[in-house]
Design a protein around this ligand. Sequence first.
Ligand code: ADP
Length: 471
Amino acid sequence: MPNKSKMNFLTPSLKRFILLNVSIFLFIIVLFNILLISITNYVLHTNLDKRLLHEAEKVVAGLDVQDSSITILDFSELEEPDFQTITDNPYFLQIYNPTGEILISSGNIKHPIVIPVDIDSEFDNNTFENLSIDGERLRVGYFPLYTDTGNKVAILQLATVDNEFKFVLTKIITFNLFLLPVIIILVLFASIFIGKKSLSPINNIIKTAEKISAKSLTSRIEIDAHPDDELGRLRDTLNGLFDRIESYVNQLAQFTDHASHQLMNPLTAVKTELEYILKKDRTTDEYKESLRQLLKQTDNMVKIVKTLLMLSKQDKNSKQSISIFNLSKLIVSNTPEQINSHTIELHIEPNIYIKGDAEKFAMVVENLIDNAVKYSPNNETIKVFLKKTDEEVEFRVEDKGIGIKDSDKEKIFERFYRSSTSEKIGVRGYGLGLSLVKTILLEMGAKIKIDDNQPSGSKFIITLKALKIEE
Ligand code: ADP
């Protein structure tokens, strides 16, 4: 088998984790850049627009706007170098009428830059837009010129170069180009480190789980994690599972051990009987007696195997044939009035119905009455009761036998458990009947308890849910 604990440095889970981290990081960087560029663009344009408005207001202040003419009253603003030449921050001015005829233009507009005028738009309010002319970005403002009577006679178009945005954009791109690879490498290493660290408890769990084979079921996962934490929960769940597997494997080993021992007794008896009878020639009566003994032991073995099969079927959650049946009739028809020297006294309320597997419940009745007979002195009466209240049905078997010690009252329902008292008085048994009774009752949702009988003996009391049936 390959050594599973020798693993690649970069396992698929770690790769996935790194890929996810780097992708998330890149996504955040892209988002951040988009946001940064948008905000920068907005701030720069707001500033540019304010400057354009301010300059336009200064120009308008030196104009006389009439319906038929626009006259420049004050040339000082338009004569400034920014309006005359291409400075660092030049202003290109054009005043045009609604037909697109240019009425006034600044000195620098004679330069090869031709800024188109827009006669399609109304420009009732101050409006700004970006224009790109010969690879040069321009921010252009349109300001309507009104006469004193409110007539719009012309549009003042004022443009300036928008090179700050380009500058900032270039800076952002350069910054990303140089720093991004470094940051990605850092994120990569950080992801490997964090990934390795977070996966290390899981590797610890894997190693322990590998150690836990059928031979060393006692090992448990030991990692320091809070029980509410995912790792803590994984540890506790797996440890719980290992506990159950360990106890199941132990039970199985114990069960096989006990079952072999129980079968060994009748088998030894059969072998001894056969050896004895084959030693010499026997009379027909002796053969007959011997065969009777063999039949008795075979019956015992069949009984043990039947019970074991039954118990193993219960373990596998065998299908039950659930029905509503008349428990009163079932008890009466399955209980003889006399078993050996014991009288069985029945106190059964008629027509009590319950829901469950009738065949299995018959085994419960049979086992309890058999035990009452087995563990009672000869001639003692066994009393069997069945009664019903609104909510519950109570089935009770009372004997005046050897009784059951308090310390044994739980244990006798375990497989193969037999009380020392019953062993001492030499009553034969296999310790399987009550275990079967308990599993059948559990399946039916019924309860069983044992009380002491007075002056001696035991009471086995079963309580079941009552069914209301109209007769
Ligand atoms: P078995 O009777 O074959 O030993 P059971 O599972 O039916 O197996 O019973 C388990 C043990 O419980 C018995 O060995 C006996 O010690 C005790 N027991 C069961 N029924 C009675 C009873 N009515 N009186 C006293 N002891 C009992």
